[in-house]
Design a protein around this ligand. Structure first.
Ligand code: PLP
Length: 285
């Protein structure tokens, strides 16, 4: 079956789908994106993703490319046409096409929209979660506006590659104060020896993850205690558990940090329980 993409108003076979070479997303990374999980053919937590998308667009003064309900309909249609029951849907909005000039186009152009969807292997993801992943720590080198989900991801790309070369799956950025900010494509969490779940507050230095936000509700409902505060790699090395969150992975246990085992080097009970309970608290549409 061929894959179908939505590109600026048309559903195309992905092999024929293309954008203009003067798209500002291509030339300047002048655009934003969202990734939603698809489960049982439904989109997980779409309203939260759409709220974040609108905020990212506002921060960059890019107009919504179409009405929210129409955009949601496109997301559902791309998912359906690609017959994704478990996987992800990717949405990208760029400022549009204009002759190359750094400043915004003098005459407003239409934002460009691309939506794709693809299936993921559910069993493989579960196996990875049962084994746990390794992370490395690296110095933070991103711009301060990481709260905007922009397609400018070069530091994240290089971080992820460095992790791969060290046999790890994810890289945690560490800021100039010596605190972990977040992963290259996930939020970072630890569990203390006395069972407190710790993650950095979303005020500064991180993307406000949708999975992170939903997990706060899960933690509250399970009457676990949550501390939103920074933590250092040293605290993480000595933690009872560690994990990362992202829409494509939900709660993924971390079993090594900089090649040191976290506790006994196996996924811990808190991360495992949060992963199991997560979808009871998500919205499906
Ligand atoms: N932080 C970064 C840098 C990310 O790229 C992502 C997801 O791609 C996240 C955090 C997690 O966000 P979400 O839970 O909304 O997928």
């Amino acid at each position: 079956m061929s894959r179908i993409a939505y590109v600026n108003g048309r559903y195309r076979d992905i092999r024929d789908a293309s954008v203009n070479i003067e798209d500002r997303g291509y030339q300047f990374s002048d655009g934003v994106y969202e990734v939603c999980e698809v489960r049982g053919g439904k989109i997980v937590d779409l309203p939260r993703h759409m709220t974040r998308l609108q905020r990212s667009l506002r921060e960059l003064q890019i107009a919504m490319p179409m009405q929210l309900t129409s955009l949601e309909a496109v997301i559902h249609e791309v998912t359906r046409r690609n017959r994704v029951t478990y996987g992800i849907v990717y949405l990208q909005v760029t400022r549009g096409v204009a002759r190359r000039d750094h400043a915004f186009p003098a005459q407003a152009v239409r934002p460009a929209v691309v939506v794709t969807a693809r299936s993921l292997n559910f069993d493989k993801n579960q196996e990875t979660a049962a084994r746990g992943i390794g992370v490395i720590t690296i110095p933070e080198n991103r711009w301060p506006r990481v709260d905007i989900k922009s397609v400018a991801l070069l530091p994240n790309v290089l971080a992820k590659q460095q992790a791969r070369e060290k046999g790890a799956y994810e890289a945690w950025f560490v800021d100039s104060d010596g605190h972990v900010t977040e992963g290259a494509s996930s939020n970072a969490w630890i569990v203390t020896g006395d069972g407190k779940v710790v993650t950095r507050s979303a005020d500064q230095g991180i993307l406000a993850g949708v999975t992170r936000a939903v997990l706060r509700d899960v933690i509250a409902s399970l009457q676990m205690s949550l501390e939103e505060r920074p933590f250092t790699p040293a605290e993480a090395y000595g933690a009872a558990e560690a994990f990362v969150t992202a829409s494509s992975q939900i709660v993924m246990p971390v079993v090594t940090i900089d090649s040191r085992p976290v506790a006994d080097g196996k996924p811990g009970p808190v991360a495992t329980r949060l992963r199991e309970q997560f979808h009871r608290f998500s919205a499906f549409s």
